[in-house]
Design a protein around this ligand. Structure first.
Ligand SMILES: NC(=O)c1ccc[n+]([C@@H]2O[C@H](COP(=O)([O-])OP(=O)(O)OC[C@H]3O[C@@H](n4cnc5c(N)ncnc54)[C@H](OP(=O)(O)O)[C@@H]3O)[C@@H](O)[C@H]2O)c1
Length: 301
């Protein structure tokens, strides 16, 4: 089976990605072959290509980035009984997703709900699953006011929607051009930058925080606003968040299926910032690295 892939043989910026054609073998015993219909781009992808994650996830090179996708099963390995040819699936792994056809471990697949289109399905695992995990970890519910740092991004916009579904009031940080978008999701927008904590405080008391931005400004605002009351989680743990007692998000088992269910029910929807052909993946990584994606970028093989 021929597959188009985007790979890199040395670490660097987005331009180290090159398109190539692979001869994909038949799927191994515990693998499933998937014709990929859409791939979602994540900051993890350009960090992996840059070599920033080498000490956590050493990858033999050449490697193919991409940690989530959706598609249709075209063949299954001899030991696989959970999926069959023709099934629509969501894949979530660490790397290997920037392909038109791929052999994925069966254990990394989740059934795609019938009502969910492939683009939305490609986006639910990382952004939706992480947001779901963060809000469960925080125990958010009606009566809470949740501050979401980075509310217009992938994880942030999913966190806004899931927190609203749980009955919470949501305050979200974003730049001014994203404020109307956040209002549309049901959040009260606040600009980040100097005076952030004061601007949030003027809207009321915060009981929980999801930080998808990290760094000094958002950590300091979290500490100032919670003041020892309430809880906070971050998707970008670092020294300052650890020192401040902001917990790293713990990814829950079953999160992908939960996020896919919410999406299929119409309670979680991703704004598609850009739809780019797979062979334009370098451009997609450059946009992601720029740090101002609204919702998600998807690659189409
Ligand atoms: N630990 C985990 O398991 C895990 C899982 C998923 C993601 N992550 C990490 O979490 C982070 C967020 O991921 P993502 O996919 O949501 O990223 P993303 O979609 O690329 O986030 C982009 C968003 O960040 C906003 N932003 C940029 N600077 C900001 C600031 N100073 N304050 C508030 N918002 C700001 C932008 O809004 P404006 O354009 O309005 O500035 C933009 O909407 C990444 O570092 C990612 O690697 C970790």
């Amino acid at each position: 089976m021929k597959s188009i892939s985007m790979s890199f043989d040395h670490f660097g910026g987005p331009d180290v990605l090159v398109a190539g054609e692979e001869d994909l073998p038949a799927p191994g015993d515990a693998e499933v072959q998937v014709k990929v219909r859409a791939i979602a781009v994540n900051p993890l992808d350009w960090k992996l290509v840059a070599g920033y994650l080498e000490s956590f996830f050493p990858l033999p090179l050449p490697a193919v980035p991409g940690c989530e996708a959706a598609g249709t099963v075209t063949a299954v390995g001899s030991g696989v009984s959970a999926f069959g040819v023709g099934d629509d699936v969501i894949w979530n792994g660490l790397a290997g997703g920037y392909r038109s056809v791929a052999n994925f471990p069966a254990g990394q697949l989740t059934s795609k709900p019938a009502g969910l289109d492939f683009e939305q399905a490609a986006c639910v695992a990382i952004a939706g699953g992480t947001a779901y995990s963060a809000l469960v970890q925080l125990g958010v519910g009606a009566g809470d006011t949740v501050l979401i740092h980075g509310a217009a991004g992938g994880v942030g916009s999913a966190s806004v929607q899931i927190a609203r579904n749980l009955g919470a009031r949501v305050i979200g940080t974003a730049s001014e051009p994203n404020h109307e978008y956040l209002r549309g999701l049901g959040a009260e927008p606040v600009a980040y930058g100097d005076g952030l904590a004061e601007r949030v405080r003027s809207l009321g008391s915060v009981t929980a925080v999801v930080d998808t931005v990290g760094g000094q400004e958002s950590t300091a605002a979290t500490v100032a606003l919670l003041g020892g009351h309430g809880t906070a989680v971050t998707t970008v743990p670092a020294e300052e968040s650890n020192a401040a007692g902001v917990a790293p998000v713990r990814q829950l088992d079953g999160r992908v299926a939960q996020a896919a269910r919410l999406a299929a029910e119409g309670r979680l929807r991703f704004h598609i910032h850009d739809r780019i052909p797979l062979t334009g993946a370098a451009r997609a990584l450059g946009i992601s690295r720029g740090g101002h994606v609204r919702g998600k970028i998807v690659l189409i093989p």
